[in-house]
Design a binder for this molecule. Structure first.
Ligand SMILES: [Zn+2]
Length: 48
């Protein structure tokens, strides 16, 4: 069974992406992704 987590923009707080959760990882993932609301690359954090 695949768990999914949302990636939330650290600038505007919107959830822009969802990715499959990695069972091996306990810590939160941080990724640089493009936020269409901010119009630029921002840090996105994993949420549950
Ligand atoms: Zn944003």
């Amino acid at each position: 069974m695949v768990k999914k987590v949302a990636l939330e923009c650290s600038q505007c707080g919107r959830r822009n992406y969802s990715v499959p959760a990695r069972p091996n990882r306990e810590e939160r993932l941080e990724l640089n992704k493009f936020c269409k609301h901010c119009g630029k690359m921002t840090v996105h954090r994993e949420t549950r």
